[in-house]
Design a binder for this molecule. Sequence first.
Ligand code: ZN
Length: 395
Amino acid sequence: MSRHVLYVNWDAFDSRYIGRVPTPVLDRLTTEGVLYRTARAGIPTITPCMQTSIVTGAWPAVHGNTYRYFDQASGTVCQTGRENSAETIAEAAERSGLTTASVQQFTLRGRGTYPDNPQHLYVEPGGGMARRLQVAQEILRSGPAPRFLAFYADDLDAIGHNHQPHPDYDHHAVASTDSQRMARTLERLAEMDRMLGRLIEAMPSDTALVLTTDHGMVGFQGRSVLPEIIAALRAAGLVPEVLATGMAPATGTDLALTTVGLQVQLRWVDRPRQEVLAEAVGKMALAEWFGGVMDRAELDRRGAHPHFADCLLWPREGFHCHVQDEVEFPPLGGHETPLAGTVPLLLWGSGVRQLGPVGGPVETISAAPALAHLLGIRPPAQSTARSLPDALQET
Ligand SMILES: [Zn+2]
């Protein structure tokens, strides 16, 4: 078997965007292939952690990229960058003798694709999807198509966050309402759909496509609810402290809190007082802002890193936990919450069955063994993910 495999990742492509704007290319690929509309991401739904999970077929407990966490051993808050102790799908392809390339799928930089290696090329054009599409088309025009091509675009993430204007997309000011933020995101999705059609046209006719994402996006605005969480913990007799990266807790603190803005990670500094915490969380659950909670056992089941948290709390959509508790936030988007953990996973083309849209539980890390199957190689060495046998033809 010698088919070509294209792995597309659209950062922050929320499942809930599908059907809200015309996407004729995605619609056709869905009809001719398989779309899992509710694939589940892991914990935390932060870009490097989940992008690494998809290319390794393993959650952060295996590959070690877990972003911010309170490290009990050193007594400080640490933060991972591009760490990954597991093999990537591009490394598996390279070791199987296949040519590879990556257009800005940064988790594969130096990990199966490399700047200045024409057989295993990594390029980072920057800009939006339009520029990256041009670069991919140049790679495909200039020689034999790589057997495995990864393509990454983060337009939906940039526009969905709404942190800054994007003149490239004719947005000269940030969106002033949540509906404007959403309208801009959907408009961009329609444009990306057209560009996806052109990318597929540039690939050889024996191409298989896997398209997925690291996380979705939820909106929030107004004041942080973090002070309410702290007050509830104190009322229960606990001594919480919010810690930024590099900080160590003061003497007497028993619960270290870290946040990236939406969810709050709670970690015991030394002596766990689980029953007291459970009681405090029970009271918080009655509050208007309360979204959900996961204990350590649930975090383990979902593959979270052992250092990540003893307890994870998050507010429901619309609310947030940023540390700037005096600030009235404008309409923004964020994704480090399990609410952003349901995403699309699409397979199409050579070697893929025609099932159309499918519900049911799958995990985004299944993309790795599926890609390996389509390439005719073994999965990445540390992959723990189940493949998608229903979606794939046997050879
Ligand atoms: Zn992301």
